[in-house]
Design a protein around this ligand. Structure first.
Ligand code: F6R
Length: 258
C-alpha cells in the first residue's frame, strides 16, 4: 500500500486528481470506478478544470459508480445520479451511455444489484477505482461486518452513515435506510485503487485501514489484500498512524512518481 501524506487537504485533492489524469493519459479507455460524498466534490472540480484546460478527456473512458440509495430515482435531487450529473458528468466529455450507476428505483433491487455486478464484469472490471472512506471504515456502502469477498448487493446503512449523509437531505428521516453498493470483492478486482481521506474525522478509520488487522470490522482494511493501492491523506487524517514517519520518509510531503 502506497501511503501519501500531504500537508493540506488541497494538496491531497490535487494529488488524487493528478493521479487520475495520469491514468487516463496512459489509458484513455480506462473504466473508472467513481465515488460520491463530500470528499469527492473538490476532486471532480479539479477534473473539470483540467478538462476545460485541455489536460484530460473522458471521451474514450467509461465509468461505474460505487453505490446508489434504494428508492431514489435518477432524477431525485438527493440521488447519486443527480450528484454525478451536477458534480462531473454534465461538465466533461463522457460519451452518452458510458456512465453507469445502479438504479435505486428498480422494482427488484436485488436483481438490479446482480445486473450491475454483471455489467461491471462484462466491461472487463474497473481499471482505476476511486474511493472515499467512511469514518466507520466503510468503502462504498460496505458497512462494518460486510463480507470481505462480497459482490454488488443491498446493504442496510448504519445509523452513523445515515447521520453523516443527513446534510444532503432536508431531514434525517429522509435518508434512505438501504443502498445498492459494489461489494468489497468487486472493488478488489479493480486493477488499481486510489483512496482519498482528509480531516481528523477520518484519522481513526485511516489507521485501522492501513495498520489495523484485516477485519470485517473495518471494511477498508480489505485493501491490504490489493496489489496496487494508493492512499492519499492530509496530515489530520494521518495523525493516528503509528508508522507515519516511515510513510513520510518514503514519500516526503506526499510526493510520488506518477
Ligand atoms: C460514496 C461512498 C462512501 C463515501 C464515504 C465518505 O459513494 O462510496 O463510501 O466515500 O462515506 O463520504 P464523505 O466523503 O462524504 O466523507
Amino acid at each position: 500500500m502506497r501511503v501519501l501524506i500531504h500537508p493540506t487537504p488541497e494538496l491531497a485533492i490535487d494529488c488524487v486528481a493528478d493521479l487520475m489524469i495520469a491514468r487516463l493519459a496512459r489509458q484513455p479507455d480506462a473504466v473508472l470506478g467513481l465515488a460520491t460524498g463530500g470528499t469527492m466534490e473538490a476532486v471532480y472540480a479539479r477534473l473539470i478544470a483540467a478538462h476545460h484546460a485541455g489536460r484530460v478527456s473522458f471521451a474514450a473512458a467509461r465509468s461505474f459508480n460505487l453505490d446508489e440509495y434504494v428508492g431514489l430515482a435518477p432524477d431525485h435531487p438527493c440521488s447519486y445520479w443527480t450528484y454525478m450529473r451536477e458534480h462531473l458528468f454534465a461538465q466533461v466529455d463522457f460519451a452518452a451511455g458510458r456512465t453507469a450507476l445502479p438504479r435505486g428505483d428498480a422494482a427488484d433491487p436485488e436483481a438490479e444489484a446482480a445486473r450491475y455486478e454483471a455489467e461491471i464484469a462484462v466491461a472487463g472490471d474497473i481499471s482505476l477505482q476511486l474511493l472515499g472512506l467512511g469514518s466507520n471504515g466503510h468503502i462504498g456502502f460496505n458497512e462494518p461486518t460486510s463480507s470481505l469477498s462480497s459482490l454488488t448487493r443491498i446493504k442496510t446503512l448504519t445509523h452513523s452513515t445515515r447521520a453523516a449523509n443527513a446534510r444532503f437531505f432536508d431531514r434525517f428521516d429522509d435518508v434512505p435506510r438501504l443502498a445498492i453498493t459494489m461489494g468489497i470483492g468487486t472493488i478488489l478486482r479493480a486493477d488499481e485503487v486510489l483512496l482519498l481521506a482528509y480531516g481528523a474525522g477520518k484519522a481513526e478509520a485511516a489507521a485501522a485501514m492501513i495498520e489495523g488487522p484485516l477485519a470485517a470490522a473495518c471494511p477498508a482494511s480489505a485493501l491490504q489484500l490489493h496489489r496496487k493501492v494508493t492512499v492519499v491523506l492530509d496530515e489530520a487524517a494521518a495523525s493516528r498512524l503509528a508508522l507515519r514517519d516511515y510513510y513520510e520518509a518514503v514519500h516526503p510531503k506526499g510526493r510520488a512518481e506518477i
